[in-house]
Ligand binder design. Structure first.
Ligand SMILES: Nc1ncnc2c1ncn2[C@@H]1O[C@H](COP(=O)(O)OP(=O)(O)OP(=O)(O)O)[C@@H](O)[C@H]1O
Length: 593
């Protein structure tokens, strides 16, 4: 339970930092801008707890929007430490789930948006087919529809307000393409992912009573990682907060903007700081990393910033690992030399992370670690348990309960039931629905106790016993039910991927396993030691990164995100005589004072 005592303790922790302390008690619109490790997320979570206790009377609550499910889960974990759990008074989720569960779900049937009551989210193949139909109608079928769609979908997420002249004034044929595509989806009772914030925006803009209803429920809106959220969220914020009187508390760092390919634009956050009705607070200390790592990170960014380590913090250390030949040899060096050396220096495996650009590089590291018998936990797209998938995490928690967790309530059954409720009903289930769900879940879990099934066989039973019946009744159309099938395929015994259920159940983070993550998924996280793998001249930046100044800048920011994750030690691994140019700049800057 959210308690005054936990809040008093949390507020006391910020007293040494006047900027953080001022931000959490701010009663007007507030934007906190700061570099890595400066306590933005900590400030946001405490501000949220304070608002819930002191500013917003029950049953009203607050909403907190963030970029993706990874970030939402990280926030939920931090808020849970302050006694806040998502529920009626606190919405925590992505902008898509906010749009779907707080605007479209409750109000679409009251306004003419052209959605049937039982609308569904389109699958990838339905979206591709709709693009092809729309291309035939709007462009006459000339050229490759999917190549053309890339430009159309960029316009779709950028020009959010279609009543403005830019929508038809600039590239009208792309506007036609988008409209034909959306009409084709609607004809089938479908919406897609990008539709969610766009439809919510239009619903609110055209029906101001919906904005009032959202404000009645959530008088304060928190936004984490604002720089990674695109135009649709920004327009929603302008509508809800600056035209609609909901209080905004946003945090972000333009130097860590790494989702340009999804339409994110760091300028949107900058534009908020120029508003006279917003108080901008800049944090100056980096609590995470030693001074040497902070200096190195400025070399990685290639620009100076006014961030400092805290007095008395250890300097931190860097090591450089030139390896003859390519990725395989570099992965071997990570497994056979670098990790053992870090362990020798006293680092725990669970506090070491290996970061890389793409999941296929993670495969190479995983293979080398397997051969060296080093346990690891993957959080990239090739991971068995997708960190970003609530369904995958729920399945893993069920396995933990079966593999002994039921004895000491770790995880407690109530948590499993609440996760199941969210997956199927999006949190609001009737008493009868909840009872039926519980009977089904409890029946399944108890039938799994004491069996000697492997993970693959058990997952097949999960699919038959839970997923198949649930996906037919699911109201929460956002859920990716196919994740269970992916897990079944990723444990295929024919490819020697199966494992005992107890082994699968122990695959949680921080349990003595090295963390393997893409740079994107490492965002917002921290580790004692970080190994940046594959920092080669041809990978960072890649030829694709060099195709435009914007993508080159974004690649550099991605490198910076990785370099700013360690608290105490940063290792860089690259091909001998073929290192990224940024490694050299980083080295030079780390040597200066
Ligand atoms: N006032 C403070 N006193 C002590 N430790 C703090 C303070 N503020 C933040 N920290 C610690 O600093 C670390 C970084 O904080 P946090 O993750 O909130 O930073 P951030 O700005 O969100 O980082 P990033 O942008 O890199 O994700 C955490 O370990 C946090 O507990």
């Amino acid at each position: 339970m959210l308690s005054d005592r936990a809040l008093v303790r949390a507020l006391a922790e910020l007293q040494g930092n006047p900027e953080q302390a001022a931000a959490v008690v701010e009663k007007g619109h507030c934007v906190v801008l700061a570099g890595p490790g400066s306590g933005k997320t900590k400030t946001l979570t405490i501000a949220m707890a304070r608002a819930l206790i002191q500013d917003v009377p029950d049953p009203r609550g607050v909403a907190c929007i963030t970029y993706n499910n990874d970030c939402a889960i990280e926030l939920e974990t931090r808020l849970a430490r302050l006694g806040i759990t998502p529920g009626d008074r606190a919405f925590i989720g992505t902008v898509h789930s906010f749009a779907l569960s707080q605007v479209i779900g409750p109000y679409a049937r009251c306004v003419p948006v052209g959605l049937p009551a039982d609308f569904k989210v389109a699958s990838k193949s339905q979206m591709r087919a709709a693009v092809e139909v729309a291309h035939g109608i709007s462009i006459g079928g000339y050229g490759n529809p999917h190549d053309r769609w890339k430009f159309a979908s960029e316009k779709r997420v950028r020009d959010v307000d279609r009543t403005r002249p830019e929508w038809r004034g600039c590239n009208p044929e792309l506007a036609d393409f988008v409209e034909a595509y959306e009409a084709e989806l609607r004809r089938q009772g479908l919406i897609d992912f990008d539709d969610m914030p766009l439809i919510a925006y239009r619903m609110i803009k055209e029906n101001l009573w919906i904005r009032d209803a959202v404000r009645a429920r959530f008088p304060v809106l928190f936004v984490d990682e604002y720089q990674d959220l695109g135009h649709a969220l920004h327009e929603l914020v302008l509508l809800l907060c600056f035209e609609g009187d909901i209080r905004l508390f946003a945090v972000g760092d333009t130097d860590q903007s790494i989702y340009g390919f999804t339409g994110a634009n760091p300028e949107l956050l900058e534009s908020l700081t120029r508003r006279s009705d917003v108080r901008t607070i800049r944090l100056r200390f980096n609590y995470r990393s030693g001074a040497k790592i902070i200096r190195a990170s400025l070399g990685a960014l290639g620009e100076e910033r006014d961030y400092h380590g805290i007095d008395g913090a250890p300097d931190g250390d860097l090591s450089f690992w030139p390896v003859p030949y390519g990725h395989d040899n570099q992965a071997e060096a990570v497994a056979k030399t670098i990790i053992p050396k870090l362990v020798e220096q006293g680092f725990e495996l669970g506090q070491i992370a290996v970061l890389y650009r793409a999941a296929w590089l993670g495969d190479k590291v995983a293979t080398a670690l397997k051969e060296a018998a080093i346990p690891f936990f993957r959080t990239d797209t090739n991971a068995l348990v997708k960190r970003s998938s609530r369904l995958a995490r729920f399945i893993e928690e069920c396995a933990r309960w079966i593999a002994g967790g039921w004895r000491d309530a770790e995880p407690p059954y109530a948590r499993l039931l609440s996760q199941a409720k969210t997956l199927v009903y999006g949190r609001h289930a009737s008493e009868r629905e909840e009872q039926e769900l519980s009977a089904q879940l409890m029946g399944f879990l108890t039938a799994s106790l004491g069996t000697s099934e492997t993970t693959h066989a058990w997952l097949q039973r999960v699919a038959r016993g839970l997923i198949t019946p649930w996906r037919t009744i699911a109201r929460n159309s956002e859920q990716e039910w196919d994740v269970c099938d992916e897990m079944i395929s990723n444990t295929d015994p024919a490819r020697d991927l199966d494992m005992p259920l107890a082994h699968f159940a122990g695959r949680t983070e921080g349990s003595g396993r090295v963390n393997l993550s893409t740079l994107h998924s490492a965002k917002g996280r921290e580790f004692d030691a970080v190994i940046m793998y594959g920092v080669n001249a041809s990978d960072m930046p890649s030829t694709r990164d060099k195709s435009s100044p914007g993508s080159l800048r974004e690649a550099r920011r991605l490198f910076y995100v990785g370099v700013t994750r360690p608290k105490k030690h940063l290792s860089l691994v690259y091909q001998e005589h073929h290192h990224s140019p940024w490694v050299f700049e980083l080295y030079q800057r780390s040597q200066q004072n």
